[in-house]
Every structure is written in structure tokens, then in C-alpha cells.
Design a protein around this ligand. Sequence first.
Ligand code: 13P
Ligand code: SF4
Length: 301
Amino acid sequence: MGIQSEIIRLKKKKNITILSHNYQKGEIQDIADFVGDSLELAKMARGIESSKILFAGVRFMAETAKILSPEKRVILPVIEAGCEMADMVDIEALKRMKSKNPKAAVVAYVNTTAEVKALSDICCTSANAVKIVNSLTEDEIIFLPDKNLAAFVQRQTSKKIIPYNGWCYVHDQINENDISRAREKYPNAILFIHPEARERIQLMADYVLSTGGMVKKAGELGDEEFIVGTEEGMIYRLKRLYPEKKFYALRDKPALRCVNMKKTRIEDIKIALKEESPEITLDSSVIESAGRAIERMLKLS
Ligand code: 13P
Ligand code: SF4
């Protein structure tokens, strides 16, 4: 039996739901019950009936699933799959920012650790960041960790955004040459850029979108060609959904690749299903306070 058939047999037998982020390898997306962006996966984790979730993604995503469904067993096949941006937040620096700006609300991108979420008023993802910020009564917002997403929000709000100095190395490396080369090579293509790219790169895009936003927009537009300015896994997802359209990587060499997203191999999924581990465990007080910030976001989404 091939490994994919074996995984499908195991997940059915054990009633384990597999959630995959859009950046996972194609062969993993293929065996998942649901593929989506951070917000869609968070909603899915809360809504599904099975008591066990296997999360093909990175740690903060699996933690979010655990926080929303503490009674469920959440398995992350490669427990070291972190997020460099999430790890950039220093708790003491955040506390200093809070005491320096006592009137400001703290908005934490879901790409944060559970401990950081617990110190925040509300969470957001790249799909709803503007809506979340604009829904708050406070006029000042400490926004963390991504300074580029913070700039994206600042362009669309009258509130004062106080950004944390964090970034995603995958998106922050996109430069003007990448854009001009891709535009020249594919003159008829629509350019999508993720809001984790630098602000001046965002301004060169046709659309600045979360990964879920890219899925939706590619389906809505009549256009047939798209340059995809985000992690390479997204190309597989889009091609599978819209085989009649063409999707090009913004850059091939070196590819825009998130090392942590690619740590999970299909073999790891098979082992994790068999052993039902490694499992995400969190302190109940952290689950409670981080849960408040995530639930508040979901109520507004
Ligand atoms: P999305 O919420 O757009 O899927 O992004 C998650 C992420 O990690 C981007 O780098
Ligand atoms: Fe983190 Fe960037 Fe990887 Fe997303 S792509 S998981 S933000 S390092």
C-alpha cells in the first residue's frame, strides 16, 4: 500500500482529522481533510467533531487549535516546526511596550506563542487584521510581531499603530528586482503579495492578500495568469483548485521557502498517526488567557 493510502486508512480508523496549512508540501495537502490559511484552520479546529486533530503546519497553529479545543488531542508531527517570526517576541520587551503605552490595546498576530497571546487583548490573522484593529475602541494599538503587516494595517486605519520590530524572513526577503523580473517575464499576470512582505513591495502588487485571500481572489477574477508572492507551497494549492489557470512563483532561485513549514514530511505524518504523538500540551492558565484573545477575534471574524 502506498504511503498516502496508508495515511488515509489510519486517519479513518482512528477518527483523526488532518488540517494542513496552504504552505505544506503538495503530497501532504492531498491527504488532508482541510487545507487553509491560519484563520480558516483556527475556525475549523474549533468546529470539527472528531476528538483528535493532526496539524500539518507549524507550532503556533497547532497551539491555536489546542487553545480553542483544549479537550481535543492535537498532534504536531514535527514538534520542532516553529516560526521564526513568532520566536522574535521577547516577553519582557512586550511588557515594557505595554507600560510605556498604557492606553494602547495589544493586537497579537496569531503567529505568536501562546504566552504572548495570553498577554494580548485580541488576536488577528493577515485575513482580518484591518477589521480587528478598526473594531477596537482604543485609538492606539501595539501590534506584534510583524512590522510589515503593521504597515499594511496602518495604511487602512486612522488609529496609531505602534509596531513591534519583527518580520518573516520568507516574505521580508522579497525585493524590487524580484517584482520587476516577474512582471517582465509574465506581463499579463496579476501580482499577489502577502502582507508580510515589506511595505514598498506591497505597494507594487495588484492585490495584497492573506493566503486564503489569494485562493478567493484567484477564483473571483476572470484573469488566467497570476504571480504568487508568498511561500512556494501556495502554488500547489492554487494549481490544484484552478487547473485551468496559470500560477507562477514570484521567485524560483532561491525559492521563497519556509524551512519550518517544510520540516514535516509525509513519513512523519504516518508515524504521528500511528503513535498519536507528539502532542501539544499547554498550561491551563495560558489556555484560558490566550483563549480569550483568540475567541474575541473569532467573534469578530
Ligand atoms: P496566512 O494566515 O495568510 O495563511 O499566513 C500564515 C503565515 O504563516 C504566513 O507566513
Ligand atoms: Fe513563520 Fe514566515 Fe514561516 Fe509563516 S512563512 S510560518 S510567518 S517563518
